[in-house]
Design a protein around this ligand. Structure first.
Ligand code: PRP
Ligand code: MN
Ligand code: MG
Length: 178
């Protein structure tokens, strides 16, 4: 385990097992259709890369990058699009892929933005959900794990852009971020 961590919350094996289940569930739910997965950069990149390898129906990728306005760690709920989708999504079956839903403010904005573009359907898939922290009401269709309100990193999740490459989810030591 990395020395900046207190503990491993979800092991690599547990992460992979759950992603396989999610991929199989999605393949089943959308059988006979094509889907477009929209990864939210940068955190979702690792999850998306593994998830799509467990999906057995035709799957297309696109990506968005967003940033919350305002300084400080508290999100204002106002989101700015830094990189939009490359193509229109009208008439397509879209799944937003996130690494974590925390306050839900990012996702709430994304759902509204994508829904207004008239997809055939729109669902949300996240690896992690921190329900205790929710501010905006958002519907999560596929969720890997509910986690407690702890500072987690790894598997795409960062602290100051670090630790995204860990193959597991770990709890960051308090001393690292205080
Ligand atoms: C993180 C995470 C989600 C979002 C969740 O992204 O990857 O996208 O915050 O927070 P919320 O539910 O409170 O809106 P971040 O803005 O840190 O960018 P990153 O993905 O590049 O790390
Ligand atoms: Mn993110
Ligand atoms: Mg981040």
């Amino acid at each position: 385990m990395h020395p900046d961590l207190d503990k491993v919350l979800i092991t690599e094996q547990e992460v992979q097992k759950r992603i396989r289940e999610l991929g199989e569930q999605i393949s089943c739910d959308y059988a006979g259709k094509e889907i477009l997965v929209v990864g939210i950069l940068k955190g979702a990149a690792v999850f998306l890369a593994d998830l799509v390898r467990y999906i057995s129906i035709p799957v297309y990728f696109d990506f968005m990058a967003v940033s919350s306005y305002g300084a400080g760690s508290a999100s204002s709920g106002v989101v700015r699009i830094l990189k939009d989708l490359d193509r229109p999504i009208e008439g397509r079956h879209v799944i937003i892929v996130e690494d974590i839903v925390d306050t839900g403010l990012t996702l709430n904005y994304l759902v509204q933005s994508l829904q207004s573009r008239n997809p055939a359907s729109l669902k949300v898939c996240t690896l992690l959900d921190k329900p205790e922290r929710r501010v905006a009401k958002v519907k999560v269709d596929y969720n890997g794990f509910d986690i407690p309100d702890q500072f987690v990193v790894g598997y795409g999740l960062d602290y100051n852009e670090r630790y995204r490459n860990f193959p597991y989810i770990g709890v960051l030591k308090r001393s690292v971020y205080t």
